[in-house]
Design a protein. Structure first.
Length: 299
């Protein structure tokens, strides 16, 4: 049974885009994934994204993706929304992943803009519609033109929002003006997908976060959100500013790399990376420790 949701908060408010733990020989660590998922929910997450970019989805097999969804749902599925990444740059493959995620027990789907191929807006419309038509699960769009090469236009967002199962958007566009218009016109549940902009996006209508730094500071993100909802702008701003070194440090290089390093330093399940991602150097690890310490993170 999935946790309770509303049309305003279909996947909860504080979600972490979870890394995929691997064993020392690079195999999928399902026990580690379950322990990490439970840790994140205990820390204040009411949703988890699995098989996203932060979960190294480009280098996990379809079978591994299904196994991971089943394991995480088994671990926390009655306490948190488990949203499975199903987006690729191949619509047919995305539909297959969506159906497999539904069969594995996912509560929702995350569908990223097709990357590399740079489709026109009509292609985006048909791609996302095909994914939403493929299952009975609610869908969160993922707009990240810095990785995909193509933004989801506001008019496209408005048209997609007419689909009964397209209910949310993860915004990593970095454009508060476009976000303001799209939120107002589409009425989609809007999630910040850029940790540095978590608080600014709340101010223009976002309802929560899909975070990477949530691996380390979920209680602080929850406190910032609740302060904002209560109208305590000064407290929300204070928390945001306290977290600035964390936001900066976690994205000095690719976020999966720093997240797995930080989790390992904390003794949490993470394991190695799959190529082409590589471990932090000793110098980069020391810099990460300084950044996290400056933001109050205990290692």
């Amino acid at each position: 049974m999935a946790p309770t949701s509303t049309s305003q908060t279909p996947f909860g408010r504080v979600l972490t885009a979870m890394v995929t733990p691997f064993t020392t020989d690079g195999a999928l660590d399902l026990d580690g994934a379950q322990r990490l998922a439970a840790h994140l929910v205990d820390a204040g997450n009411d949703g988890l994204i699995v098989n996203g970019t932060t979960g190294e989805s480009p280098t996990t097999s379809d079978a591994e993706k299904a196994q991971l969804v089943r394991a995480v749902v088994e671990a926390v599925g009655d306490r948190a929304h488990v949203v499975a990444g199903a987006g690729t740059n191949d619509t047919r493959h995305s539909v297959e992943l969506a159906r497999a995620a539904e069969q594995a027990g996912a509560h929702g789907l995350l569908a990223v803009t097709p990357y590399y191929s740079k489709p026109p807006q009509e292609g985006l419309l048909r791609h996302f519609t095909a994914i939403a038509d493929a299952t009975g699960l609610p869908v969160m769009l993922y707009d990240i033109p810095g990785r995909s090469g193509v933004p989801i236009g506001t008019e496209t967002m408005v048209r997609l929002a007419e689909h009964p199962r397209i209910v949310a958007n993860k915004d990593a566009k970095g454009d508060l003006g476009r976000a303001s218009w799209a939120i107002a016109r589409s009425r989609l549940a809007w999630y910040s997908g850029d940790d540095m902009l978590n608080l600014p996006l709340l101010s223009v209508g976002a309802i929560g976060f899909v975070s990477v730094v949530g691996h380390l500071v979920s209680p602080e993100l929850r406190a910032m959100l609740e302060a904002h909802l209560a109208g305590d702008v000064a407290k929300a701003t204070e928390i945001h500013q306290k977290l600035l070194p964390v936001f900066t440090g976690m994205f000095r290089t690719q976020g999966v790399i720093t997240t797995k390093a930080a989790l390992t330093l904390q003794g949490q399940p993470a394991g190695p990376l799959r190529l082409p991602l590589v471990e932090l150097t000793a110098e980069e690890t020391e810099q990460l420790k300084r950044d996290l310490a400056a933001g109050g993170v205990q290692l």
